[in-house]
Design a protein around this ligand. Structure first.
Ligand SMILES: Nc1ncnc2c1ncn2[C@@H]1O[C@H](COP(=O)(O)OP(=O)(O)OP(=O)(O)O)[C@@H](O)[C@H]1O
Length: 227
């Protein structure tokens, strides 16, 4: 993995802070959390840990706007001054990475990455340049015409990060994206993701069960029960 970092200057220059203010989330009659407040600066990586079922993934869904209807949410999710709470997911510009890479298996790596680029960038040459630059700087150019189904888990994971970054997110949410990788790849891939998050100045929130993942950010680690 190369050390050079794929950096989108336009994003890095305008990166906001992410603020959660007095969030309360319930699922039918069960309250998952209340009065949850947290601020994450541009380029800062904050980790949340906590027991299974305490609501970590639901918190990320609340931020990205992908909660299912059974949930009731109160409070504010702010990117700088902009409250996202009533915006649909596609207008929030939040990038997410999950345990599963969610690549389209029968679309080439190129086409998967093209899917990440915002629709308002219409110029085909510009789109191809963005894809080529991302692949080049991640050391993955040789895979551009391959189907994700023919790549290793680690290679797919790196393509998934590039696709998320190409979507020009204003914040990044990580839901245990490293947990399926073996120890060595896990450490290298974590480094890859965190360096990209910092290079793009993205406020980043990760949930994990793994203390090594949490330590490796070098940032704040918070127990869900303390929020
Ligand atoms: N789509 C859903 N419909 C109904 N209940 C759900 C749904 N998603 C999550 N839940 C419930 O909401 C609660 C919180 O789940 P969540 O996935 O947020 O926890 P978590 O802390 O991320 O758990 P884990 O560490 O195991 O991933 C759990 O009781 C779970 O069963």
């Amino acid at each position: 993995m190369q050390q050079k970092i794929f950096q989108q200057d336009a994003i890095a220059a305008t990166a906001p802070s992410l603020h959660l203010k007095e969030l309360a989330l319930s699922l039918r009659s069960q309250q998952l959390f209340s009065k949850l407040s947290l601020s994450i600066s541009p380029g800062e990586i904050v980790t949340i840990m906590g027991p299974s079922g305490c609501g970590k993934s639901s918190l990320l869904a609340a931020i990205s706007g992908t909660l299912e209807r059974d949930f009731a949410l109160e409070g504010q999710v702010l990117l700088d001054e902009l409250n996202l709470i009533n915006l649909p997911p596609e207008e929030r510009h939040i990038g997410m990475l999950f345990q599963e890479d969610l690549l389209f298996p029968h679309m080439s790596v190129n086409d998967n990455l093209g899917f990440g680029i915002p629709a308002h960038i219409k110029d085909k040459k510009k789109r191809n340049t963005l894809i080529a630059q991302a692949l080049d700087e991640a050391g993955l150019s040789e895979f551009e015409n391959r189907d994700p189904a023919t790549l290793s888990g680690g290679q797919r994971a790196r393509i998934a990060v590039l696709r998320t970054l190409l979507s020009q997110p204003r914040a990044l949410l990580l839901d245990e994206p490293f947990s399926k990788l073996d120890a060595e790849l896990r450490a290298r891939f974590r480094n890859f993701v965190f360096r990209h998050a910092r290079a793009n100045n993205l406020p980043t929130l990760m949930v994990t069960h793994d203390p090594d993942d949490a330590q490796s950010t070098g940032g704040k680690v918070i127990q869900m029960s303390d929020l």
